[in-house]
Design a protein around this ligand. Structure first.
Ligand code: ZN
Length: 86
């Protein structure tokens, strides 16, 4: 998974499809990757989710999973966060 993430940005859905694992397992792997790449002077970047309705950016969010709904407009159309190893 680290190889995929260092080649380009991926969403949890992309990763689950490419690796044939469930999204829930992807999140577990991501938190492990965040630890293991930091020892190799790399970083797991999280490109935050945004609200597709009003453009709100979920920057302060620390969890990997996609947020349920927008705190501003209550819309549930939220883009998936993307991940990348740099
Ligand atoms: Zn919104």
């Amino acid at each position: 998974m680290i190889v995929l993430l260092s080649e380009g940005e991926c969403t949890a859905r992309d990763l689950s499809q490419m690796l044939s694992i469930r999204e829930k397992e992807v999140y577990a792997h991501l938190s492990h990757i965040a630890c293991s790449v930091s020892s190799q002077k790399q970083r797991l970047l999280i490109l935050p989710s945004t609200c597709l309705s009003c453009g709100y950016v979920f920057e302060t969010r620390k969890r990997f999973a996609k947020p349920g709904r927008c705190p501003l407009c209550k819309n549930e159309r939220i883009s998936e966060p993307r991940y990348r190893v740099v």
